[in-house]
Design a protein around this ligand. Structure first.
Ligand code: AMP
Ligand code: ZN
Length: 142
């Protein structure tokens, strides 16, 4: 599974990811299709498809990572709001069957939901990720 799963391949360094955050249990990288600028995915290192299969330690680690990531987004991107979105199963909109949490910055009136997200090139993603990573480092070491 680790060889064929896109997110396992990113976690294992086989495919490129614009990483924002890493700890023992989870990583976070920018979504290749940015629903809004800064759209990030928090992904457990463990490969399971859905949240109902996720061990408590990983579930807690996703929630723990969400807070500093949101704080970094607020510092760097100054959104008016942030969505946490988590899809399980095709019927719920899941397309990558390695469990993950979307963190989506929102701006007043952006009308992001229901719109196709914008593909972002690697350089844009890497620059955005570097800004968020730098803010996260400051937050975690404050
Ligand atoms: P979901 O619909 O919750 O399964 O979301 C899967 C997300 O993974 C989508 O928003 C995709 O844009 C994103 N995605 C797919 N491939 C990659 C990739 N190689 N790097 C980053 N994000 C990806
Ligand atoms: Zn996987």
């Amino acid at each position: 599974m680790r060889e064929t799963c896109t997110f396992c391949r990113i976690i294992d360094g086989v495919e490129h990811g614009a990483f924002v955050y890493e700890d023992e249990l989870v990583v976070a990288f920018l979504d290749i299709n940015q629903a809004s600028p800064g759209h990030t995915l928090i992904v457990p290192r463990l490969h399971v498809a859905a949240w109902w299969e996720l061990p408590d330690a990983e579930a807690a680690a996703v929630a723990r990572a969400a807070k500093p990531i949101m704080q970094a987004m607020r510092q760097v991107l100054e959104p008016d709001g942030i969505n946490l979105v988590q899809n399980n199963g095709r019927a719920a909109g899941q397309v990558i069957f390695h469990v993950h949490m979307h963190v989506i910055p929102r701006w007043q009136g952006d009308r992001r939901f229901g719109r196709p997200p914008a593909y972002a090139d690697r350089q844009t993603l890497d620059e955005r990720a570097a800004q968020l990573r730098a803010a996260l480092d400051r937050i975690r070491h404050a």
